[in-house]
Design a protein around this ligand. Sequence first.
Ligand code: FMN
Ligand code: SF4
Length: 508
Amino acid sequence: MREMLPKRGRREEVLDRLEEAGGLRPGVAARVHRETGVPEADVYGVGSFYHLLSDPDAGVRVCQGLSCKLAGSDALKADLEAAGTKAGFVSCLGRCDFAPASWEAGSEPPPPVTALSPSHPDFAIDLAAPEETGYEALRLAVEKGADWVCAELETSGLQGRGGAGFPAAFKWQAIRRQPETERYVVLNADEGEPGTFKDREVILRRPHLVIEGLAIAAHALEAGDVYIYVRGEFGRVKAALIEALNEARESGHLDESVTWHFVDGHGAYICGEETALLEALEGKRGMPRMKPPYPVEKGFRSKPTLIQNVETIACVPAILKRGGEWFKAAGRTEAGSKLYCLSGHVRNPGVYEAPLGLTMAELLELAGGATGTLKAFSPGGASSGFLPSGQLDVAMDFKSLAAAGSMLGSAGVVVLDDSVDMVEAALSQAVFFEDESCGQCSPCRIGTQIIRQTLERYLESRDPGTLADLTEVAWGMGEASICGLGQAAALPLTSAMKYFPEEFGLGG
Ligand SMILES: Cc1cc2nc3c(=O)[nH]c(=O)nc-3n(C[C@H](O)[C@H](O)[C@H](O)COP(=O)(O)O)c2cc1C
Ligand code: SF4
């Protein structure tokens, strides 16, 4: 639901109205059409795109992300059904540290406490530290001005923590160069990449860092509105942020000329992609836009828009208070400290902050090591594919993992022991990408389906001949898909085939 939003466009109201109506139940599309003037078929098309709206009576949603699959989500769903409870699978619930996870709309028990790294003076976020509410960095930003803010950001070398690793300062500077003065700041809190649950913890534990970072961005970019897009299953997370915003307002820290808006996600992973998120904000299906133009130039309502991940924005206050040089030096191979999520076959699943570029072996050690004999790991969410245990010395940074044919992505590390069949693991990721493809472009829409079907056929027959066309399909997806989902969706398969060929009947 949109809060604190002066209703502007009628189309922008469509998702709110569908949500208020409890989802796409019979008669709802016609009613929303009457209320907004948007054609009924269009309203239906929007509602049917979003899992939480299209199937409002799904019952208990059981996560089938890889970590949950490894921890027995199939058995959990079967047990629920055997007990007479309606249950269905869902792609990801952002609770890989408490696998197998399940969730029912409208009921959100308090989250159990995840494992964290102990507080450390060189951490930019420092999840275990007590919350600071002085808004000292915002005061400095106002006092010293936007040039100083952007210069510190540039010195810091801060790269976006949402997946792409794009330098934050470039985006801030690009927006400041735009002649258009209607500008927006958007927080991407849609965290939906299986294996990733760091943004959840940042907001639950350090919500004031997030509010302060957003306020600094709005001030530096002269944006009049801040939009906070929170994934629909994260009700408590959103509540923590609203509470922090109210506290900051009551304490007089915030510029009252900025309007803050909260918008709920509705269960579509693709809306984490920045342009799909903008489409969702505008009340449409979350289908990624062609880029360029980039959001810094034409974003929300075609106006210059800064879209930043939760962890990225939460790094900003520490950078301004302690200096860009301090932040840069806190990393090992790349700038700053970084939050890594560990789940799967690991002793202490949780969120660990460490210098960007520590090795996978060191990271595993932080989480107490693997629970069995390590076989493989997925370094950065489903999109990053798999690396074998022989590559434990890889630096967990953007460049090194790209050089290894993988990616740091959102740093959602899933650990696999030698009990795992890599064909099953690749299939689990293939199911995810097929379910979450927006269907807009054919290489992704058809390619994800072919990969899933082929792997299922191979598992039945174990005949390597069934896999014959997959390399070509994967190539087409990587080359011709519009967005990062389709471009990366074949990587779990191709990496598993590369490092574990014998499991695909391809000899060693
Ligand atoms: C399929 C897909 C899903 C994504 N999901 C998220 C997400 O859940 N959260 C996020 O912050 N970025 C996500 N991103 C990255 C965003 O497109 C964008 O790069 C990011 O929000 C920019 O913020 P940053 O520079 O601070 O990382 C996703 C990208 C793709 C291609
Ligand atoms: S690559 Fe997939 S998710 Fe991305 S735009 Fe194309 S169909 Fe949609």
